[in-house]
Design a protein. Sequence first.
Length: 545
Amino acid sequence: MPVFTKEQIMAKERELEDIPKFLKNMVTDNMTELATSLLEDEWIDARKRKKGGAGGFFGLFGGGNGDNNDDADEKGVIGRDGERMDLGGVRGTFGRLFSDDSSTNGTSSSSYGMPKSELDFMMNTLYPKSTRKEGETPDSKTVDLFLNDVVAATKAFTPSSDPISVSGGWIIRGKNVCKSGDELIEKLDRRIANDARLREKISFFILKDPFPDPEEQMLDPLNWPEVLFVAGPKVARDSEFVLRTAISAFGIATVWYGSIYPFLANPKLLDRATEVMELADAGMPTDLSWLSEMSIPLFSTFMALQLVHEIAHQAVAKSRNFEATVPTLVPSVLSGITSSITSLKSSPRNKQDLVEFAVAGPLAGMIGSILVLCYGLVLTATADVSTVQSFPGIPLAILRQSSLGGGLIDLILGNGVLNVPASAEGAQALASTLIALHPLAVSGFVSLMVNALALVPAGRTDGGRISMALFGRSGCQAVTFASLATLFVLGISQSDLLLFYFAFIVFFQSELEIPMRNEVDDVAFSRVVLALFAGFLMLLTLIPM
């Protein structure tokens, strides 16, 4: 045991000034004795571990198990000059009082007495399966190399624990000494870009600690601890190009069907089509090209509006230096497509970039849909009677499923076109009445609904991405549960479209998004306002009249 200098003991006493008095009194009321005891604990633990501890305030509560190896590397030993050259934190006197790393029933434990199986369960719950690709998790030597040659060299992050093995990678607790998470990522990126040993083997992220020490949180509840998460080189989902192409082709087919069906809802056009089919049954030549020609404006306008949605996504992704896949159009017999799936091929830099990406698509699509809807309604209001008779028909019940869309129809067409009396006759009229609208109005209305559904805050939909950026991963899970429950209830009681979308999220979009490079910095207030505006439009669109 070294003899510690007066300067070392005084430095330790100054560090202890941040500790609440009642905690210090639980050990001893003699500050010099306590400081000396902590220095001795750090020195002993440093000798027992292959990597030493940072000591100081962060060494009091952090750390993991020593390996009891007497031949361990002593670079973490505190010398008489008071310098600490170690990287990982040691478990000092306070750490021993308030944490337990012992095994339970033979189950290995990685953090604060929590069995490794529970830590893996938490990681599996908070992060998607793509972060845990088989055979791609870096080994301990690679993580040590990252710590020694990148983290230590940049001095951007001070570890307070050895790397902890979790499902999909490694967690490294510590303190970000940079001004922001973005600055930390930038410094580590610059360093690792010149290291061929690591450049293609790992990816790393700065995250909120998914399982912080409860005692440490009790001491400072406003500052959630941060960790480095080191994973394999690829955390994005596999592309599955063939499957996605097949689904999109089927989606385009259902859009085409959805473009023809409203015209067949028009009784006069249905009678005309029926006569043609009867001629076909009699073996006479038939021609239904007129029906296809009538549906082309509706089909092309609807697809153009979905293209606006996707172009907005891609523009933001390109401007923020990350990549997204080509959209997959998920078919629906009710609205042509249920939604489009645009997966992330690489991680956004931070939560703000994710919000901008997620908001841009649906918001651009909704604004475009509103403009097309209004223009189509003007064309409907100014058309003569004979022209209106060739317009597609939309059931009154469907038009009343959107307060925004239905309100615009009522405003522009006037005469209370969507009003129904509160009586048995009104209920019957709601189920049987068709409203003739210009094809552009129909495509604008349906596209408005589809884009609004994309903003429902659940899973990894655009709305789910916004929710995750604003409320964190655990908060997003709670919001997802509430959203799915609401969709199910409203789908059962009011709208097949909402019920279909509920099934779509459960089967295709239930996982959370891949990690962002920096998940610790908050979103700017202006982006929060933008997200709230988009959410308001979504509610106004999906709440029935």
